[in-house]
Design a protein around this ligand. Structure first.
Ligand SMILES: [Zn+2]
Length: 449
C-alpha cells in the first residue's frame, strides 16, 4: 500500500467527514420523489471534479450516475451503490433531524447514513485519496450509483443491459449494510434468486352452495393444487425443482459454521419452540442460507365477511414465492411448475409470473473476495465475518445476467441495525476505516491472481 495515500487519508479526515455530512444533508427519498435529481447531480459533479468520466443518466424512474476512473493496471473494479434512501417517517421518533447529519459521540445521525450513502461514499473518497496523493490508481475504477434501490430497482435492469460496455469489469462490489451483532465488519458473497407467481382458479360466476355436489369450486381446486407443491417434510414436489441446485462447497459450509447468529431470538420473535423439522445448529443455518423454498405468501377466495354466506366462489388466488439458489433459473422453474400442475390434473389453474431473479454466489477463493478480506482486515484490524449467501434476494442478479459478474458486498455500518428505522447512524470511525479499506482494496485487487 502506498504510504502517500495513507498519509492523505490522515490529513483529510475532517474534510472527508464534512463531505459525507453534505451528502447526507441532501434528501433523496425515492419513494416520495424528493431531492432525487439534486442528489444525483451532486454526485455526478463530485465524481467529475475528481477527474472521472462522470455521467448522469435519466431513466423512466430516478437518475443513475456512472463514472469511470482509468487506472494503470489491466483490471477493472465496478462499484455499485445507491443514493436513494427510505422515507424518514416517523419523524417524531428521530432524536436529530434525519437530514441534519448531526454528529454526537462519534455517531453521525441521518437517514442514509448506513443505507447507503455512508457506505458507498467510502469508495469515492478512496479514489480521491489516490488523486490527492498523486498516486495513479492501480486499476480502473467504475461506479454505478442508482436511485431506486429502496423501491425495487426498476430502471436498473434495462440500464445495465443497455450499457454493458460502459460497465464491463472484472469484479463487482457493493458497499452497504452493517457489522455483525458481535461487532465484526461483514462481507456478503451471494444471495438467493426468486420466482414469484400468482396461481388462480376460476369459474364463470358465483353460485349458490346447494349446487356444490355438481359444480366446480375454485377454492378447493386451488387448495388441492397447492397441496401438490410441497409436503409436510418441507420438500418441494415440483418435478425437477432441485435438479440444478448448486450445493454449498466445504469452504462455504465452513464460513457458515463460523457465522454469528442467534436462533433463540428468532424462535422467540416467531413464538415457536423449535424450527421446522426440528432443525438445529448448522443444519438450520444451511437450510436458511442455501435451500430453495416454496412459500404461500397470500391466499384468498370467496366470502370472508361477517356471518355465513352460502356460496361457491368463482375465483380463488394464491401468491407463491419460490426463492431459488444459484443455477436454478426462474423461467425453467416456471415451466416446470406448469408441467407439474398439468400432470396432476390442474391445467385449469392459471399461472401469472410476478417476477424472476437469479441467485448468485461468489467463491470464497475468488481474487476479489480474498483481496477484500485482506483490505478490511488491514484497515479495521478485525477479521471480517463472511456470509457465503444471504437468505434474501436482491437486484444484484442484473449484473450477473448482463455482465456475468457476481456481486460481493462489504458492510461498514454499526452492529445496531437501524437501517429503514429512526435514528440511523454510522460511526465516524468505521466510515473513515471503510475509506481506507477500499483504498487498500484497489491495490490488493490489482495485484490479486
Ligand atoms: Zn435499504
Amino acid at each position: 500500500m502506498d504510504e502517500r495515500v495513507l498519509q492523505i487519508l490522515q490529513e483529510k479526515t475532517e474534510r472527508n467527514v464534512a463531505d459525507l455530512k453534505r451528502l447526507l444533508r441532501q434528501p433523496s427519498i425515492s419513494a416520495q420523489g424528493i431531492g432525487m435529481l439534486e442528489c444525483a447531480q451532486m454526485l455526478r459533479d463530485e465524481l467529475a471534479a475528481l477527474g472521472g468520466q462522470a455521467e448522469l443518466h435519466l431513466t423512466p424512474g430516478h437518475p443513475i450516475v456512472t463514472a469511470v476512473f482509468p487506472g494503470e493496471g489491466p483490471k477493472t473494479l465496478l462499484v455499485y451503490g445507491h443514493y436513494d434512501v427510505q422515507p424518514p417517517e416517523p419523524l417524531e421518533e428521530w432524536k436529530y433531524d434525519p437530514f441534519g447529519a448531526e454528529e454526537v459521540d462519534g455517531k453521525i445521525f441521518a437517514r442514509g447514513a448506513v443505507d447507503d450513502k455512508g457506505n458507498f461514499y467510502t469508495a469515492i473518497k478512496a479514489v480521491q485519496a489516490y488523486k490527492e496523493a498523486g498516486v495513479p490508481l492501480p486499476l480502473t475504477v467504475k461506479f454505478i450509483i442508482e436511485g431506486e434501490e429502496e423501491v425495487s430497482s426498476a430502471s436498473l435492469y434495462d440500464f445495465v443491459k443497455e450499457h454493458k460496455d460502459l460497465l464491463q469489469a472484472d469484479a463487482l462490489i457493493g458497499i452497504d449494510g452493517n457489522f455483525t451483532v458481535n461487532g465484526y465488519p461483514q462481507m456478503l458473497l451471494g444471495r438467493k434468486g426468486m420466482c414469484y407467481v400468482q396461481l388462480t382458479a376460476r369459474t364463470a360466476r358465483d353460485h349458490h352452495s346447494m349446487r356444490a355436489p355438481l359444480l366446480v369450486n375454485p377454492a378447493w381446486r386451488l387448495v388441492w393444487a397447492l397441496n401438490t407443491l410441497k409436503n409436510e417434510r418441507e420438500e418441494v414436489l415440483i418435478e425437477g425443482f432441485y435438479d440444478d441446485v448448486l450445493e454449498p462447497t466445504e469452504e462455504e459450509m465452513q464460513l457458515l459454521a463460523e457465522l454469528d447468529w442467534n436462533p433463540e431470538a428468532l424462535l422467540q420473535e416467531a413464538g415457536q419452540s423449535e424450527f421446522l423439522l426440528g432443525l438445529e445448529g448448522l443444519e438450520a443455518k444451511k437450510r436458511l442460507h442455501f435451500a430453495p423454498t416454496c412459500t404461500i405468501c397470500g391466499i384468498g377466495s370467496g366470502y370472508m365477511g361477517q356471518g355465513p354466506k352460502t356460496v361457491i366462489p368463482s375465483v380463488a388466488s394464491a401468491k407463491v414465492d419460490m426463492r431459488l439458489v444459484p443455477n436454478q433459473k426462474p423461467a425453467d422453474i416456471l415451466a416446470k411448475l406448469r408441467k407439474h400442475l398439468d400432470k396432476h390434473g390442474f391445467s385449469d389453474i392459471e399461472i401469472e409470473s410476478l417476477g424472476g431473479l437469479e441467485g448468485c454466489r461468489t467463491s470464497p477463493h475468488s481474487p476479489i473476495v480474498r483481496a477484500m478480506q485482506q483490505s478490511i482486515t488491514e484497515a479495521f484490524v478485525l477479521k471480517p465475518s463472511i456470509m457465503p449467501s444471504i437468505p434474501g434476494s436482491g437486484p444484484a442478479y442484473v449484473f450477473k445476467e448482463h455482465l456475468n459478474l457476481n456481486q460481493i458486498t462489504a458492510c461498514f455500518g454499526p452492529p445496531e441495525d437501524l437501517n429503514h428505522a429512526p435514528n440511523e447512524y454510522i460511526f465516524r470511525s468505521s466510515y473513515l476505516k471503510g475509506i481506507e479499506a477500499i483504498a487498500r482494496l484497489f491495490k490488493l485487487y490489482s495485484q490479486a491472481e
